[in-house]
Design a protein around this ligand. Structure first.
Ligand code: IPM
Ligand code: MG
Length: 358
């Protein structure tokens, strides 16, 4: 029996998670999916309940699970806490505790939502790209880091972006393998004209490509140029590989091209010992509790979980088709509705998908 750990987290995390859970229930009841579901706390919810953004018990449960499904973390009520006690720290501890170094963020455009993008339809029609973001290293975790008071009484803050060759090699292999399963093209992102760490990044990607993936067409872009090309000519890209920070930034940008951040799922993987699935969006405290969030990124993340961790591509396809069918019928949450469309709430959207999953 496979085990799924659900960590709703904060803000709209709880709402979108319960939407995905309703879909999961339908698959269990009607399609012979055999899973055991457990719930836990992360982020602000965990701070309130046990004083830390990720308890040891929750991390142990995550280790035991075959896959973790996570909503979102964070909210203004925790903004004044020191960085290492904030809700986001719980998510970072989970990612690094499970050594989830490869974060896959697919950005695809549903034809029905072309009007919701800020770009003209011809720029995004058929867009289908995959961002492979390094998730367990780089400036998010590099030491030394801190805030110090200088001799003159002023303060200096510092972080360190650090990657070992081995860390770059493993994410490079992951990205090349992903490119091999798709179009055979990989674009690696760096700032090799300025930063030593990304010079090494470029060097290692080039070597791994030449030695192990000569069939893959590798290109390199400086991150500023990539940000520009993502809006000027997004369809040139297939697989994009980026470090933790650049991947964080470019994936929000890519997501928004598709119409809404509320549509994008993600999978965080490693060599196969653990997996975490979460939407790319955050906890959206401004709309939390109003039942107006878009649960589709969360539901599509459940689809990725079924595909990658439970080997149930049939059910993942069923979810993808149900989402497409729901959109084709003009059902929209507020974030993807255009003028003249009356949005439905988060619960209702999830029910529509659940019905179409049967
Ligand atoms: C993401 C988020 C997180 C990140 C935050 C919540 C720590 O922005 O998953 O993209 O920066 O990785
Ligand atoms: Mg982000």
């Amino acid at each position: 029996m496979k085990r799924i750990l659900i960590l709703p987290g904060d803000g709209i995390g709880a709402e979108v998670c319960s939407g995905a859970e309703r879909v999961l229930e339908a698959l269990i009841e009607e399609h012979g999916l055999e899973v055991e579901v457990e719930h836990g706390l992360i982020g602000g919810a965990s701070i309130e309940a046990c004083g830390a953004p990720l308890s040891e018990a929750a991390l142990r449960a995550a280790h035991r699970a075959d896959a973790v499904l996570l909503g979102a973390v964070g909210g203004p009520q925790w903004d004044d806490l020191p960085l290492d006690q904030r809700p986001e720290k719980g998510l970072l501890q989970l990612r690094s505790g499970l050594d989830l170094f490869a974060n896959l963020r697919p950005a695809t455009v549903f034809p029905e939502l072309i009007g919701a993008s800020s770009l003209r339809p011809e720029f995004i029609e058929g867009l289908n790209l995959l961002i492979v973001r390094e998730l367990a290293g780089g400036i998010y975790f590099g030491e030394p880091r801190g805030l110090q008071t200088d001799a003159d009484g002023g303060r200096t803050a510092f972080n360190t972006c650090r990657y070992s060759e081995a860390e770059i090699e493993r994410i490079a292999r992951f990205a090349f393998a992903a490119a091999r399963r798709r179009s055979g093209r990989l674009c690696s992102i760096d700032k090799a004209n300025v930063l030593e760490v990304t010079r090494l990044w470029r060097e290692v990607f080039t070597r791994i490509g030449a030695e192990e993936f000569p069939d893959i067409e590798l290109s390199h872009l400086y991150v500023d140029n990539a940000a520009m090309q993502l809006v000027s000519n997004p369809k040139q890209f297939d697989v994009i590989a980026a470090d933790n920070l650049f991947g964080d930034i470019l994936s929000d940008q890519a997501a928004e091209l598709t119409g809404s951040l509320g549509m994008l799922p993600s999978a965080s993987l490693n060599d196969g010992s653990a997996a975490l699935y979460e939407p790319c969006h955050g906890s959206a405290p401004d709309i939390a509790g109003t039942d107006s969030a878009n649960p589709l990124a969360m539901i599509l993340s459940l689809g990725l979980l079924l595909r990658y961790s439970l080997d149930r591509a049939d059910l993942a396809d069923r979810i993808d088709r149900a989402v497409a069918a729901t959109l084709a019928e003009g059902i929209r949450t507020r974030d993807i509705a255009v003028a003249g469309e009356t949005p439905v709430g988060c619960t209702e959207m999830a029910e529509h998908v659940r019905e179409r999953c049967r």
